[in-house]
Design a protein around this ligand. Structure first.
Ligand code: NAD
Length: 278
């Protein structure tokens, strides 16, 4: 099983499909990540706030997989943007993960009311220079937040990890990112199971046409759009299913039918609005 890699604006490559561990219970994380690695995943997306970096680290240590074959992302939490807090936060994350360097470190949310995301991103630039992370990026940033970090630090984030699924495609952010060489990582790629995505005719019809499950069709839609994705499942069968998505190509009409599932009024959002999360 070879998962395609894609290249970021800093020249580093990232597997386009990974495994996310949001809401994976800390006690269950080592087993879940071990199963994911066993199934063939090499890219793991965690965050300090998930409380499960130690479980990710334990699974990595036990796997015996070469560090260079793994791609590990973690994130700076909202209450650690100021002063030298980012330096301390990444040191804690690296300690829990049992790593000397992560592949990607993200500012988790812009927390715009606190007006400290530019400082936080500037600290990430330092952390990259110091070798604590190979690449740096942001998460949940809207266009005005992206504009400010680029203008005020002179550095373009490698990725913006945002809520993105068929009912909520954030086209303005995606377009701005594409114009500036920022790759989109889609969180909640399956809509977090919060709406009936898998029963929607556009998805069901494509699933029947390609002999795949609705989840595989949605993952394929993301991959064909160029999104980086890391769907989450703690069930071994689904975890494997979500990786078995490289043997079909959606037609232009199938892609267009899924594209049309976004009401484009923001009502498809399942998570918190970045302006409101501080
Ligand atoms: P998701 O869209 O991946 O949904 C996960 C849910 O989909 C599972 O709990 C399961 O119920 C269902 N599912 C998964 N595979 C399935 C299958 N094959 N068939 C049927 N149902 C299936 O949502 P997510 O976990 O929130 O997002 C993925 C990852 O994105 C997270 O684990 C995390 O790493 C990241 N994330 C980041 C942020 C952020 O603020 N940056 C926020 C949320 C999630």
């Amino acid at each position: 099983m070879t998962i395609p890699a894609t290249t970021l604006n800093d020249g580093h490559s990232i597997p386009q499909l990974g495994y996310g561990v949001f809401k994976v219970d800390p006690e269950a994380t080592e087993k879940a990540v071990s199963e994911a690695l066993e199934a063939g995943y090499r890219h793991i997306d965690t965050a300090a706030i998930y409380g499960n970096e130690e479980g990710v680290g334990a699974a990595i240590a036990k796997s015996g997989i070469e560090r260079s074959e793994l791609y590990i992302t973690t994130k700076l939490w909202n209450d650690r943007h100021d002063g030298d807090e980012p330096n301390k936060a990444i040191a804690e994350s690296l300690d829990k993960l049992g790593l000397e360097q992560v592949d990607l470190y993200l500012v988790h949310w812009p927390t715009p009311a606190k007006d400290n995301y530019v400082h936080a991103f500037a600290k990430l630039i330092e952390l990259r220079e110091q070798g604590h992370t190979r690449s740096i990026g942001v998460s949940n940033f809207l266009v005005p937040h992206l504009e400010r970090v680029v203008a005020e630090t002179g550095v373009t984030p490698a990725v913006n990890q945002i809520e993105l699924h068929p009912a909520y495609q954030q086209r303005d952010v995606v377009e701005w990112a594409a114009d500036h060489g920022i790759r989109i990582e889609a969180w909640g790629p399956l809509g977090q199971g919060k709406y009936d995505l898998f029963g929607t005719p556009a998805v069901v019809d494509a699933a029947a046409a390609h002999g795949k499950t609705p989840a595989q069709i949605v993952i394929g839609w993301h991959l064909q759009k160029g999104n980086i994705v890391f769907p989450k499942s703690v069930h071994a069968e689904r975890l494997r299913q979500n990786l078995d998505v490289f043997d079909f190509t959606l037609t232009g009409a199938e892609i267009a039918a899924i594209d049309a599932l976004d009401p484009q009024d923001g009502s498809g959002r399942v998570g918190t609005h970045p302006e409101d999360f501080n």
